[in-house]
Design a protein around this ligand. Structure first.
Ligand code: AGP
Length: 609
């Protein structure tokens, strides 16, 4: 939620900041703004709306010219999206951008009002700017002292980029909870919420830890702790290059990321397979540890939680171990029955989701072992978990998650195979067979991507729908939850996923003439039963879109459209069947003309509760 950038160097700061923000816009797009030192003075340009609106404004009013500055793209929390509430915010001679939420801002605001300060916005951020300004007035000429005093007062989460008018060629940064990296280039330094914002200039960076303060000049970046002691940081190198964060000829990031799925699976599973067998030892998972867990819980949000549900079905089927799947925001407040001897798996693309991070901390405090399945390197969840499996999907920019889901379920399969073997529920030959089938999934997905025209026809038939249902049984039901979320978040068409056998207990009354029902039927053992449920909705007027295997030719009265998947192992069908569901959602949104990569009201990284 919210993206921040900062720059000190020889380039045109406004260009670097705008370029960085364009790569962070997925984090929020309610408003955007930059502040640049222009001839020793801070000049701000900001605007409600997208980055494009700010660009337009700067075309008319002139772009701040200088070589150092800070920038922000906003997902509104305190105060409506407006020019007034857009960042940067100022307090005296201090100008800041902020990602996060200041929980005690009301108390701090009262204090500042009592000191005669006045406020121009409704934001919690302006309170931080004013507090910094207040402390700086007490110790003029000593920015770090003002920062340390301010940090001691702030409660909540923050990553801040700060400029002091008295220090024109410097940018300061600090963080607690919200992510921030410090980029190190040749004669230039950067800050950013995410390394993708600076890849065009450098791949070298420091991860700023909570409680650390960075002081940037064009020559270097120094990092201090809250006692103003210098910290020697390990310089990291991003393994993504700039093309990974660009559209590469595709019209949207989402479709690019759908097409990247075969490669993402390979890069994620290959290092975790040794001699044809799953091998998660590098992540601290051994036969011994797998046998010691009393219970398994999976906790996550949104798409990542849906990946957990597929994992539950697979683990329970193969390893015969019960798995609880929880929504992180529920888990953290319902006194979960979790304790010593339990394994809690946290799944997260960003590794920064506030509820998932809080769930991880809760699980640890209750004595459970935690395993994080995370895509973003060095993120908070990755760093705090006891054990870690990185998914190697590369940067996922589209707000609607696709390739991250795919690799999350790929990891859940590997985990399930290894657990089932450790528990003696499958033998080595079966484990090897399943692992080699998992290795075949990228080739199967390539086939689907090469012949996906039918998904466009299906999408055409959906654009006038107000509401639709996804149905399936078993793994198909688990999967259809993700299909339904994809469609609603980007096309704004209401949809729900339902266990096919549950429809007649109430929901079937929603079916009217031509209401679309997307039925997923890939599981051999449940196939006839799902087809019976499909016939029940068809008989009541539904327009049925069937996702099944190419060895099934439906009777005429079953489906209006059919998307055929290659024949493959039932257990692994979710990895194939999700692809047409992603494509249907994508093309429906494209045909409706919505903003596919940046759907309304959403942000990629949800760092607030
Ligand atoms: C769905 O497309 C979303 N991007 C969303 O549901 C997401 O999966 C959820 O917010 C969790 O994010 P995380 O994986 O970064 O923790």
């Amino acid at each position: 939620m919210c993206g921040i950038v900062g720059y000190v160097g020889a380039r045109d700061a406004a260009d670097v900041l705008m370029d960085g923000l364009s790569r962070l816009e997925y984090r929020g797009y309610d408003s955007a703004g930059i502040a640049v030192f222009e001839n020793g003075q801070v000049r701000v340009a900001k605007s409600k709306g997208r980055l494009a609106d700010l660009e337009e404004k700067m075309k008319q009013e002139g772009k701040p010219a200088g070589h150092s500055g800070i920038g922000h793209t906003r997902w509104a929390t305190h105060g409506e999206p407006s020019d007034r509430n857009s960042h940067p915010h100022a307090g005296g001679s201090v100008t800041i951008v902020h990602n996060g939420i200041i929980e005690n801002y009301k108390k701090l605001k009262e204090f500042l009002l009592s000191k005669g300060k006045t406020f121009l916005s409704d934001t919690d951020t302006e309170v931080v700017a004013q507090l910094l300004g207040y402390y700086y007035e007490l110790t003029p000429g000593n920015p770090v002292d003002a920062i340390i005093r301010t940090m001691k007062e702030l409660e909540g989460s923050y990553a801040l980029g700060v400029m002091f008018a008295d220090f024109p060629d410097m940018v300061y940064a600090l963080r607690k909870e919200s992510p921030l990296i410090v980029g190190i280039g040749e004669g230039e330094s950067f800050i950013a919420s995410d390394v993708t914002a600076i890849l065009q200039y450098t791949r070298n960076y420091y991860l700023l830890e909570p409680g650390e303060i960075a002081v940037l000049t064009k020559a270097e970046a120094k990092v201090y702790d809250i006692h103003y002691q210098k910290i020697e940081k390990e310089l990291k190198t991003a393994d993504w290059d700039v093309s990974a964060a660009e559209k590469g000829g595709y019209p949207h990031f989402m479709i690019k990321e759908i097409h990247e799925q075969p490669v993402s699976i390979k890069t994620t599973i290959t290092p975790r397979i040794t001699d044809g067998m799953p091998d998660l030892s590098e992540c601290g998972i051994t036969t011994e540890s797998l046998n010691s867990f009393k219970a398994i819980h999976v906790v996550a949000c949104g798409t990542a939680m849906h990946a957990g549900i597929v994992g539950k079905y697979v683990i329970e089927k193969l390893a015969k171990v019960p798995v609880n799947v929880d929504i992180a925001s529920e888990f953290r407040y319902r006194d979960p029955l979790v304790g010593e001897g339990d394994l809690v798996i946290i799944i997260s693309q960003s590794g920064e989701t506030a509820d998932s991070l809080a769930a991880l901390r809760l699980a640890k405090s209750l004595g459970a072992k935690t395993l994080a399945i995370v895509n973003a390197k060095g993120s908070s969840i990755a760093r705090e978990a006891d054990m870690l499996i990185y998914t190697h999907a590369g940067p996922e920019i589209a707000v609607a998650s696709t390739k991250a889901y795919m690799v999350q379920i790929a990891v859940m399969y590997l985990f399930a195979f290894e657990l089932a073997l450790a528990k003696g529920k499958i033998d080595e030959a079966e484990c090897r067979r399943l692992t080699s089938l998992l290795e075949e999934t990228p080739a199967q997905i390539e086939k689907i991507l090469a012949h996906h025209e039918m998904t466009q026809k299906i999408a055409d038939s959906l654009i006038t729908a107000d509401s639709l249902l996804y149905i399936g049984r078993g793994l198909d039901y688990a999967l259809s939850m993700e299909g339904s979320l994809k469609l609603k978040e980007i096309s704004y068409i209401h949809s729900e996923s339902y266990a096919a056998g549950e429809l007649k207990h109430g929901t079937i009354s929603l079916i009217t003439e031509n209401m679309p029902v997307i039925a997923v039927a890939t599981q051999t053992a449940l196939f006839d039963k799902t087809i019976s449920n499909i016939k029940e909705v068809k008989a009541r007027g539904a327009k049925v879109i069937l996702i099944s295997r190419d060895d099934y030719t439906p009777d005429q009265d079953v489906a209006d459209f059919q998307f055929c998947l290659p024949q493959f192992e039932d257990l692994l069908m979710p990895m194939l069947a999700v692809v047409p569901l992603q494509l249907i959602a994508y093309y429906t949104a494209v045909h409706k003309g919505t903003d596919v990569d940046k759907p309304r009201n959403l942000a990629k990284s949800v760092t607030v509760e």
